[in-house]
Design a protein around this ligand. Sequence first.
Ligand SMILES: Cc1cc2nc3c(=O)[nH]c(=O)nc-3n(C[C@H](O)[C@H](O)[C@H](O)COP(=O)(O)OP(=O)(O)OC[C@H]3O[C@@H](n4cnc5c(N)ncnc54)[C@H](O)[C@@H]3O)c2cc1C
Length: 280
Amino acid sequence: MEKHFQILIIGGGTGGIMVAAQLKNKQPDLSIAIIEPSEKHYYQPAFTLVGAGTYKMQHTIREEASLIPSGVEWIKDKATILRPEENKVETEKYGNIGYDYLIVAAGLVYDLSLIAGLEEALAKGVVCSNYIDPEYTWKCLQDFKGGNAIFTQPTTPIKCGGAPQKIMYLAADYFKRKRLDKKTNVVFATPGSVIFDVKVIAETLMKVIHRYNVHFKPFYAPVKIDPEKKIAYFQNIAPDENKCVVNEGNVLGERIQGQSVIEIPVDFLHLAPRRLRPNL
Ligand SMILES: Cc1cc2nc3c(=O)[nH]c(=O)nc-3n(C[C@H](O)[C@H](O)[C@H](O)COP(=O)(O)OP(=O)(O)OC[C@H]3O[C@@H](n4cnc5c(N)ncnc54)[C@H](O)[C@@H]3O)c2cc1C
């Protein structure tokens, strides 16, 4: 017989588990199920620390079974088709599962093809990303010997909008401790106009940016990577507001190509891929 739940949740990540726990707390007799194929749960906020070498990847991983709230059924399967007109979700192994209310918490898909050259650059190890492999970020930081260390923010909202800059602060501190800071240009390139859009936080962050001598580059949207030449390309998305994009002395070796594309040679590049769509 087909299973049916009052609440059916697709995805047993942080979102799915938290919503199940809160509903169960509020109303213990609710029948709730979570569809989640993975036996492992990854605590992604700690990926930033893994990338900076201050936390072990294995500590971010928990058994999914240990996190499913008590009284909630775990359907270890993948949702494949939504049938909202019948209040059903089709799964790979267990067929249809019925619900009164459906919660979709399946995470996001990154589309690497939205930045030209990114897939190739990742394959060649020219780029690292805490969103893909934080242990590799840490390896790249340890291998870095000085030069341009570039951290970028994508042009779409992503999970944890602050993560691209958090790794930059930790890396800047690491370079200082390794005495690499004098021969390193740390760059934070963002399509945004400010470092953070809450004024009081932005003011504090700008003090940190100055303390670590970070080159803050607003209106820089990452668009392309040339993994052979090790060059990152940025579209200056507000040329009228930001005419003077090249720093005095041009210590970064920036070049302006055509109307508003800026090239920067990279010795270290951290990138957060653009988000495509929900994971279903
Ligand atoms: C590097 C990094 C740093 C971060 N730092 C912070 C931070 O400091 N603070 C903060 O609040 N947040 C932070 N976040 C964001 C936070 O981790 C996410 O917002 C959170 O994990 C999102 O939870 P979620 O449940 O929506 O998605 P996910 O955690 O991605 O979970 C989605 C789940 O859905 C499952 N799933 C996918 N497809 C299907 C399917 N078809 N059927 C069934 N299940 C499916 C997956 O297996 C997965 O378990 C960070 C994220 C990253 C990557």
